[in-house]
Design a binder for this molecule. Sequence first.
Ligand code: BGC
Length: 737
Amino acid sequence: MFKKIIAVTALALVSFGMQAQNTVPVYLDDSKPMKDRVEDALKKMTTEEKIAMIHAQSKFSSPGVPRLGIPDNWMTDGPHGIRPEVLWDEWSQAKWTNDSCIAFPALTALSATWNKDLALLYGTSIGEEARYRNKNVLLGPGVNIYRSPLNGRNFEYMGEDPYLTSKMVVPYIKGVQSNGVAACVKHFALNNQETNRHSVNVVVDDRALYEIYLPAFKAAVQEGGTWAIMGSYNKYKGQQACHNEYLLNDILKGEWGFEGVVVADWGGAHNTKQAIFNGLDMEFGSWTDGLAWGKSNAYDNYYLAAPYLDMIKKGEVGTKELDEKVRRVLRLSFLTTMNKNRPWGSFGTEAHALAGRKIAEEGIVLLKNKNNVLPIDLAKTKKIAVIGENAIKMMTVGGGSSSLKAKYEISPLEGLKKRVGTQAQVVYARGYVGDVSSDYNGVASGQDLSEKRTAEELTVEALKVAKDADIVIFVGGLNKSDFQDSEGNDRKGLELPYNQDKLIAQLAKVNKNLVFVNISGNAVAMPWVNEVSGIVQGWFLGTEAGNALAAVLVGDVNPSGKLTFTFPVKLTDNGAHATSTFPGGDEVVYKEGLFVGYRWAEKEKIKPLFPFGHGLSYTTFQYGKVTADKKQMAASDQITFSVKVKNTGTRDGQEVVELYITDIKSSLPRPVKELKGFEKVSLKAGEEKNVSFTVDKTALSFFDDKKHAWVAEPGAFEAIIGASSADIKGKVSFELK
Ligand code: BGC
C-alpha cells in the first residue's frame, strides 16, 4: 500500500515535471504560429474580458487581460512626436516632468524631402520615442490627401499626390514598427476638411476614391504592413467612417485583406450595432468627459462596452464579431507588448534631434531665388534684418492633437543668430502681431508674446530695420492657432493673416533683397510674389527648426526639398474651390473628381503660383535625353526609363527627378499626367549620374468604376521626366501592347 502511494506520487511528480515543461501555454509561446496563439488566448477569455479589451479604460489606454498576463494597450499621438502625458480621465496635463519629447518636422516637411530613407529614419526615430514611453500604438502617420489649401490639418499629412504619399508612408510605418510599436495610419478615409468633421457626409465617385483618396492607405496596409488604422470622423455613403460597411468591411478588410486593428478616432463611434457589424475593432474617446458623466466608470457606457455585452446576453447579437475584433487586438498585443524581442527605445536623444534636423533641412523648399539672393553671403553681409512673428514664435505647441511638449525648440531667429555669430549683425523687428497665446492644452511654451506697441509702430520699426540692412529675412506665414494650421477648424481664406501682405509689400519697397520664409503647412496667396527676391517654404520644423532654416539660408545645406502640393494663385484655381464644393454643409460633394491638385491645374490649363514638385537649388542640374527600354516591355510587362542628370554648378547638391506618365488615349478621362516615380540623387559639383525608373502596368492603370477594377489599356503612353510637374526636361513615348 505504502509502496503504491510512493509510486503514484512519483508518477504524479514525473507527470507534473513533464507538464511543467509543456505548460507554456500556446498563446505565450512565440515559436508557435500567430494564428494558434491568437486562438489559444481567445478561447481562454471570458466574454467580459473580450468586451473590456475592445474599448478604452482611460483617455489613451485599453485593458489587456491581467489574468492571462496580456498587458494594456497604450496609444499616443502622433504623428510628429510623442504627446505629453494627460490625466487618466481628463485632457489636462498629468504634469510629468520626464515626457518632453523631440518634436520632429510636420509630415508636410517630411514628404517635401521626397526621400524615402528619411521617411524610414523618421519612423524609426519616433518609434523609438514611443517605445521608450511604453506606448505600443502611435497614432500616425496621417495620409489624407490635400484637397483644399484651407484644410486646417493639411500640415499633418503628406500632400496632394497619392503616389508620393504611398511611397513615403511605407518606410515610416516600417520604421515605427521595427520598435514593436504599431503605426496607426489615419484618418480612414476621406477626412479632407475640419469643417463639420464629425458629421459631414462625403460624396465622391469611385474613380477619385480609388485613384486619389485610397492608395496611400492601401500601400500602408499591403506594403507597409501597418498593424492599425484609425477610422475618420466624417461619413461616407451616409455612414460614419469609423463603422462603415463600405470602407472597413468591403474595402479595407475585404479587398485589401487588412488583418490589423481598426481604431476609432476619439469620439468617432456613434452606434453600437454599426460598431459591431461594420468593421470597428476598438473604441476610444467616446464620451470624452469621462467620469464627469457621474457614472462610476463612464467607459462602461461606450458603444462597445456594456451596451454590447447586454445585447450579447439578451441574445440579440452573437459573439462571432466580438471574437473577430478580439483576435485582431490580440494579434496587436503579440506584435507589440508581448514581443519579447522588441527593443527598449530611447527618448529625447541627440540622435533623434539630429534626425529631425536632417529631415527639416531636406524638406525646406526654395521657391524663388532671384539674382541668387540666397544663400546669404556672410563674407559680404554686414547686417541681416529678421522680421516677423514667426521668427520667434514656438510652433511645436498648438494645432490640436499633434501639439507637443518639446524638450527644446530653436526658433528661426535663434538659429540664425547662432549660426551667423559675429560674422554679421542680426537685427530683429516683430513687424506684426499674430497669435500671442503661448500655451495649448496646459503645455506652456514659456514665451511671453504680449505686445504693447500699435500696429503702426511695429510697421515703422520694421521698415527702419529693413531699410539699412543688406538682406531682409521675413519669417511669417501661418501658425497653429484656430482657423490656421490647426485641428478642428479650416482656414477662412488663402491669404496670409495679420496684414502680412501689406507689410511685405512695404518692406519690398525699402529693400530689394527681401526673402519671405513661409512657416506653414499650407499654400498661401502671395500677391507680392514679383516684388520679393527670395521665397522659402519653411514648414513647421520641430525641435531643430531654427538650426535647419539657418543652415539653408546661409548655404551650409543646399536646399533639395520640393513641393508636395500646388500653390494656387487664387483659391478658385483649386478644383475643390472652382467647383464651389468646399467645405459643403451636411454633405460635401467632391465635384472635381480625381482632378485634385496639379491634376486640376493641368486639366484647366491654370498656371499655379508654384507647381507641384517645384523646388530650387543653389546649384544647377542639366538633364539628358530620356530613353526607354522598349524591348523589355514586350518581354516582361515592365519598362525602364533612364535619364542622365548632371550637376552643372559649383556646389554639391541633391535633385529630385520626377517621372510622370501620360495615357495618350483612354476610354475614360484621365489627368494630363500623373506622378509614377521619383528618385532623389546626390550629385557632387560637376558629377553626372544615370537615373532610371522601372515601372509595370500599375503605373499605367486607372480604376474603371464600371468594372470595379484597375485596368491598363493597351495603346500609346508617354513617360515624362520633370524637375517639377511644370518643368519638363524630356519625354519618351512607348506602347502597351
Ligand atoms: C484626432 C486624432 C487623434 C485623436 C487622439 C482626434 O481628435 O482626430 O488624429 O489621434 O484625437 O488625440
